[in-house]
Design a protein around this ligand. Structure first.
Ligand code: FE2
Length: 239
């Protein structure tokens, strides 16, 4: 499965001078936060593939206009073609804001999704806005990662941890990808990148994707078409 991962800035090649042919073969779009609603709606329409997103620290505006046809993955788990994806929104709290959390608050969010992951027998992709502390983050509070992600990643060993928030131009030696000792590939999706994910094995205990995804779809906006497509036909999007 080929994933288009995006975060933080709207890229010209995906927006003003979009060329569909360049992005042929994309199966799923993962947005790691701080992107405009219009941009997400444009991509979900042009690529006609499911788009899962988590909120970034600058996404308070989504409260007024959530991106239509996109699936909010905050504190949820979603399964697409057998790939189990969990999402955690926001950054470290450096002022008041809806999508800013203390370590303690983020640890609470993790406790909320842990049982869902346990039921599915594990996790393949973790999608967050902020990075893990010490893994491609910075020293100033707004750009520090979360320490609690370390334990979470060690517990579930996701194959990928995709995040945003730390812009390439903040660091002289920006690294797109890192591999942790546990084997998890940590990918900073700033701008955009593509990831080829190996096919998934069966879900544990015979869970149906449509059942697992119901909670996530319910809280997303403008999903009438998706509910018909994703819930009805399993993997199909917009019929
Ligand atoms: Fe951010």
């Amino acid at each position: 499965m080929r994933i288009l991962a995006i975060a933080d800035v709207e890229e010209k090649v995906l927006w003003g001078s979009f060329n569909r042919r360049r992005f042929e073969g994309i199966d799923l779009i993962l947005a790691a936060g701080d992107l405009d609603s219009d941009y997400l709606e444009f991509l979900v329409t042009m690529l006609n593939r499911p788009l899962l997103y988590v909120h970034g620290n600058h996404d308070d505006k989504f409260r007024k206009s959530a991106p239509g046809g996109c699936i909010c993955l905050d504190d949820s788990v979603y399964v697409y073609q057998g790939i189990r994806i969990a999402g955690l929104a926001g950054s470290r709290k450096y002022r008041d804001g809806k999508y800013m959390y203390t370590e303690r608050e983020m640890a609470r969010q993790i406790r909320r999704i842990d049982p869902q992951i346990r039921l599915l027998g594990g996790l393949d992709i973790l999608l967050t806005h902020a990075p893990e502390r010490g893994v491609g983050d910075l020293e100033d509070l707004p750009h520090q990662g979360f320490e609690c992600f370390d334990e979470f990643v060690k517990r579930w060993h996701p194959r990928y941890h995709i995040h945003g928030h730390v812009h390439a131009n903040y660091i002289p030696d920006f690294k797109r990808e890192r591999v942790l000792a546990s084997g998890t590939h940590v990918i900073n999706a700033y701008g955009y990148t593509t990831i080829d994910v190996p096919p998934a094995s069966q879900l544990s205990y015979g869970w149906k994707e449509s059942w697992v995804n119901r909670r996530c779809l319910k809280k997303s906006d403008g999903l009438t078409a998706q509910e018909a497509g994703v819930l009805g036909a399993g993997h199909t999007y917009f019929g």
